[in-house]
Design a protein around this ligand. Structure first.
Ligand SMILES: [Zn+2]
Length: 262
């Protein structure tokens, strides 16, 4: 039995264990500095769900990665494909509702791009309100914040965008497409900020998202110069491990019935 949703026939998918968690990865197509390709978020989130599927094949089903996200604030950089947040939210709810229509009850929307986070959170909540299911949303870096803090070489702000984390994972999987000679350090936030740094390891206690081109010259926000493939492997394996942990929790929780007190 494959883990790839699209490889089943309809009579087969009809009989698949509906307690499997359906993984719905979402990425983005956007600038990642002068050193990483536009598909960075898509590569990372796709490899992550594939890694999870390889680790626990009996427990998950994999849908294809949604390759575009909410990132209009990046559009000053050539190559960005930007989807309106309302469109993305409705699209995700439609996908999730389709799954519920066919009997699935446990869905994990797994996010690979920062600004998708609030949109996907809303999509998951809306799906729960409109259907009988457990729909969870998570951004992979939040699941592994402990590891990021413990293992990082860069200071706070070093892994916000195209920095230590993403560059390391890309180097691990596809070094031919990383132009490390063009990477430069760009830790751009005020070093004294407690609330407004965009670091992926537990940053963003509060959020203001300005135009990307107003905050960084070449699209980088972080320190890609400390990245290496070994670090990428370590970060990737932690992401797989933590996502497996989340999936096990999703499989354990029960769908509680509503009680209308009117
Ligand atoms: Zn990214």
């Amino acid at each position: 039995m494959t883990t790839v949703y699209g490889k089943y026939t309809w009579p087969e998918i009809k009989d698949v264990d509906k307690d499997r968690v359906v993984l719905l990865p979402v990425g983005a197509m956007e600038d990642h500095g002068p050193h990483l390709p536009l598909d960075t978020d898509n590569l990372i989130i796709t490899r992550l769900v594939e890694g999870v599927a390889a680790a626990i094949p009996e427990e998950v089903l994999l849908l294809p990665t949604i390759p575009f996200g909410f990132n209009e604030h990046h559009k000053d950089f050539p190559g960005v494909i930007f989807i309106q947040p309302e469109t993305l939210m409705h699209f995700m709810v439609d996908v999730a509702k389709s799954l519920v229509h066919h009997g699935f009850r446990r869905i994990l929307i797994l996010n690979g791009h920062g600004s998708n986070h609030p949109v996907l959170d809303l999509a998951a909540r809306k799906t729960v309100i409109e259907t009988e299911c457990l729909c969870v949303s998570a951004s992979y870096w939040n699941l592994m914040a402990d590891t990021l803090q413990a293992e990082r070489r860069s200071p706070t702000g070093g892994m916000a965008h195209a920095g230590e984390l993403e560059t390391s994972i890309y180097l691990y999987f596809d070094p031919q497409h990383v132009q490390l000679d063009k990477a430069r350090q760009a830790i751009v936030h005020d070093a004294n900020t407690r609330y407004l740094n965009l670091d992926l390891a537990g940053g963003a206690r509060a959020m203001v998202m300005q135009w990307w081109s107003a905050q960084t010259e070449d699209g980088t926000m972080g320190d890609p110069t400390v990245a290496d493939a070994g670090r990428g492997k370590l970060f990737f394996e932690a992401a797989v491990r933590e996502t497996v942990g989340l999936i096990r929790e999703i499989r354990r929780i029960s769908l509680k019935p509503r009680q209308d007190h009117h």
